[in-house]
Design a protein around this ligand. Sequence first.
Ligand SMILES: [Zn+2]
Length: 159
Amino acid sequence: MLTAHLPSGYVLGRLLPKTIAHAMPVALVGAVVPDLDMIWFHLVDNGAIHHHRYWVHVPAFWIVAAAVALPLAWRFGRLGAALVFFAAILMHLLLDTISGGILWGAPFSDHLFALVTVPADYSHWIISFVLHWTFAAELVVWAVALILWLTRHRPAQVT
Ligand SMILES: [Zn+2]
């Protein structure tokens, strides 16, 4: 997924109960955290390997992180925010699975699982992704986020 991780975090934050403290900022951060590996990918590795192979895109890493962090968050009264964070991470990995590929089998498999393989039909991979039908998923996420943002101040209907 190229562009829709941040708006997907907004959608998640909007759909969560208002009783969860700091749900929106945590959802926004969690939705983009795995792509922070792009800094390493570009500045250190010079694109040597697919950035989805870095540990921040590996589900097994986040399972271990959640196993450590969630009990601590519960102990310190921050379980709701911690659950939102890991839900946003999971959402990121699921969205990346559409066409980007995720190491769902790691550490037992090094296969990047993707629902659809985007062919390199154009001179630059970004053009190939943007003009592929799977980019419609990104547009849907953006549209939902935009609708939720435009209706953010409407009071709930009382029936
Ligand atoms: Zn990603």
